[in-house]
Design a protein around this ligand. Structure first.
Ligand code: NAD
Ligand code: LMR
Length: 342
């Protein structure tokens, strides 16, 4: 049922895998920031996964109650709680996938980069602990600004001598989820059929939906392309403004992050047909990190899909060039922060 709830055809390629496999149900997942707005619904969705045997919930406070509550759900996984730095190491030992939504969210009027000063330190500290306790795990970074926190995480792992670029992901699944929803609404398509690759990064104009690559093939007027692109780029701000000071997207983010966790677990479990968009180390462009479609395998990123960048429309090509300076600056800011701290 959970598989079906993440359904879109491209994401649903697991049907044959599901039919042919005995689900192993033995993966350990840790959520760091588990008592937060994203952390709680994300933990619930992961608790529903048949692939998870143990769910480790870590936060600096309030995580005991969340874990007690969740542990009453009669799904297979065991839930364990960990509070504060002294318990962080134990929260990470033996874990296959670490998801990091720890950090402060935006308020109206802020950019994601305004979160840098607080969240950079949080991500750095948490990734240091990941390096020390589960260096082979897949690491999913949700904390903003993703365009900088992923390079920070990479530098920290590098400094610790355990960086595997195939296993570090900035989570951009929400951009794809939004693009699929908005395109299906605008073009009156069945939601399950729609898949739009979103490339670049995860902030403002660095979020670039490739509408010309929408599956199934759809035609858009120039006005539709402009409206949809801007809406997808500003969708985070749309939620921040609607919440009016009470935070940013949490429920749709939890849904998107759970989809990315499920895809990662399926890949770890041997499904050979798992594709997602994510912000990863990349040679697709001259930038060292870039979001694009990737193929996931047992060892992480198995392939970066370059075909989406071929045959772009003029609008997409211009938008791609326009996003590069901002994305480059955000990446460099993250790298400089981590190197200064070393
Ligand atoms: P929140 O404030 O509701 O929750 C954050 C949680 O992190 C809190 O429970 C807090 O105690 C915890 N935390 C703080 N410092 C910590 C530390 N050192 N170790 C462990 N936990 C710590 O915020 P939220 O709405 O859940 O958002 C979290 C982050 O996710 C924000 O930075 C937000 O911008 C980002 N976000 C990213 C995306 C994306 O698409 N990548 C989408 C939405 C939100
Ligand atoms: C989002 O896209 O919803 C998140 O990055 C949160 C935000 O600050 O917009």
């Amino acid at each position: 049922a959970l598989q079906a709830s993440f359904a879109c055809k491209a994401h649903n390629q697991s049907q044959s895998y599901l039919a042919n496999n005995q689900i192993r149900s033995s993966f350990k997942v840790a959520v760091l920031g588990a008592a937060g707005g994203i952390g709680q619904p994300l933990a619930l969705l992961i608790k529903m996964s048949p692939l998870v045997s143990t769910l480790h919930l870590y936060d600096v406070a309030n995580v005991k109650g969340v874990a007690a509550d969740l542990s009453h759900c009669n799904t297979p996984s065991q839930v364990l709680d960990f509070t504060g730095t002294p318990e962080l190491g134990d929260a990470l030992k033996g874990v296959d996938v670490v998801v990091i939504p720890a950090g402060v969210p935006r308020k109206p009027g802020m950019t994601r980069d305004d979160l840098f000063n607080i969240n950079a330190n949080i991500v750095k500290t948490l990734v240091e602990a990941v390096a020390d306790n589960c260096p082979d795990a897949f690491i999913h970074i949700i904390s903003n600004p993703v365009n900088s926190t992923v390079p920070i995480a990479a530098e920290v792992l590098r400094q610790k001598g355990v960086y595997d670029p195939k296993k570090l992901f900035g989570v951009t699944t929400l951009d794809v989820v939004r693009a699929n929803t908005f395109v299906a609404q605008k073009k009156n398509l069945k939601l399950i059929d729609v898949d739009v690759p979103v490339i670049g990064g995860h902030a403002g104009i660095t979020i670039l939906p490739l509408l010309s690559k929408t599956k199934p093939s759809v035609t858009f007027t120039d006005k539709e392309v402009e409206e949809l692109t801007v809406r997808i780029q500003n969708a985070g701000t749309e939620v921040v403004e609607a919440k009016a000071g009470a935070g940013s997207a949490t429920l749709s983010m939890a849904y998107a992050a759970a989809r990315f966790v499920e895809s990662s677990l399926r890949a770890l479990d041997g499904d050979g047909d798992v594709y997602e968009c994510a912000f990863v180390q990349s040679e697709l462009t001259e930038l060292p990190y870039f979001a694009s479609r990737i193929k996931l395998g047992k060892k992480g990123v198995e392939a970066i899909i370059s075909s989406d960048l071929q045959g772009l429309t003029e609008y997409e090509q211009k938008a791609l060039e326009a996003l590069k300076p901002e994305l480059k600056a955000s990446i460099e800011k993250g790298v400089a922060f981590a190197q200064k701290q070393a």
